[in-house]
Design a protein around this ligand. Structure first.
Ligand SMILES: Nc1ncnc2c1ncn2[C@@H]1O[C@H](COP(=O)(O)OP(=O)(O)O)[C@@H](O)[C@H]1O
Ligand SMILES: [Mg+2]
Length: 269
């Protein structure tokens, strides 16, 4: 269990703490801090946070609203820059990339899934998934094949010609996952992907994300305040007030010991 050490000592090796070897570490943050100015007040959101994420795993960042989950996800994905500290992804120091290279990195290597699906009302499911593949410069035939394969993987091939208005929330989110998946990204980020869904659909979505991590070796980082998702993750990072207060694996429980109900992270998520 890491995090006490990686939180208080940013020079400790987060890779060792994460339980990934150097080869499978895909994203690393070292001593990362981030604050925002709100009116005349500066709000410190993240302070000296260090973490390493492993390829082929679904890592869940869990914690109450406002604790800094989305901010951490946006830093790790290169959407925002930290005030201090270093983020490395797929061996690249994101802070050293210029704007254009960072955009290229994000286009080539990252996929995103959001709470609100972000689908275009006028496009069919197939067109939604094919659209970003055009930006990758893929030919029509290749993008069609990839898009259909991605829709099939999330169980939506039969609905390829449906528009968002004809789909349920769970189906829309599966199309959004297919859109991210079709890019074949090494890094997949999901911010509250189940928050607009009922329990059954939420479970299906998290299971699909987990399956993507396993079968494609993708690093899947999912942010959620929903404690029901915890048992579907390979690894859980519990956040409070901008720090990771617990880093554990549901298969073994905290510290590899059976979990005690009174202190279970599930009860504090
Ligand atoms: N762009 C921003 N400008 C000002 N404050 C922000 C901004 N983004 C986030 N915050 C603040 O940072 C804190 C953490 O936000 P966030 O990372 O979105 O939390 P979470 O995703 O855990 O709900 C909140 O107090 C939020 O108001
Ligand atoms: Mg958030």
């Amino acid at each position: 269990m890491t995090t006490a050490s990686s939180r208080t000592n940013p020079t400790a090796s987060p890779e060792a703490a994460a339980g990934c070897n150097a080869k499978s570490t895909s994203i690393g943050a070292r001593g990362v801090s981030k604050s925002f100015v709100s009116g005349v007040v500066r709000v410190q959101v993240l302070q000296q946070l260090s973490i390493a994420l492993c390829a082929g795993e679904l890592t869940l960042i869990s914690g109450p609203s406002g604790c800094g989950k989305s901010t951490l996800l946006s830093l790790l994905s290169g959407l925002q820059q930290p005030d201090a500290g270093q983020i490395t992804a797929l061996g690249q120091d994101l802070g050293r990339l210029n704007k254009r290279d960072l955009e290229h990195f994000r286009l080539q290597h990252t996929g995103f899934v959001f709470q609100g699906f972000n689908l275009f009302p006028a496009l069919t499911a197939l067109e939604q998934v094919q659209l970003p593949l055009g930006y990758l410069g893929l030919s029509g035939a290749v993008s069609l094949e990839r898009a259909m394969r991605a829709l099939d993987e999330v169980g939506m091939a039969q609905r390829a010609q449906s528009r968002p208005a004809e789909l349920s929330g769970g189906e829309k989110q599966r199309v959004a996952i297919a859109r991210a998946l079709a890019k074949q990204p090494e890094l997949l980020f999901a911010d509250e992907p189940t928050s607009a869904l009922d329990a059954d659909n939420g479970q299906r979505v998290i299971d699909i994300l987990h399956q993507i991590a396993r079968s494609h070796g993708t690093t899947v980082l999912c942010v959620s305040h929903d404690p029901r998702l915890v048992r579907h993750a390979d690894r859980v990072l519990n956040m409070e007030d901008g720090s990771i207060c617990n880093d554990w694996r549901p298969s073994t429980g905290p510290s590899g010991l059976p979990r005690r109900p009174a202190t279970s992270p599930e009860t504090t998520a």
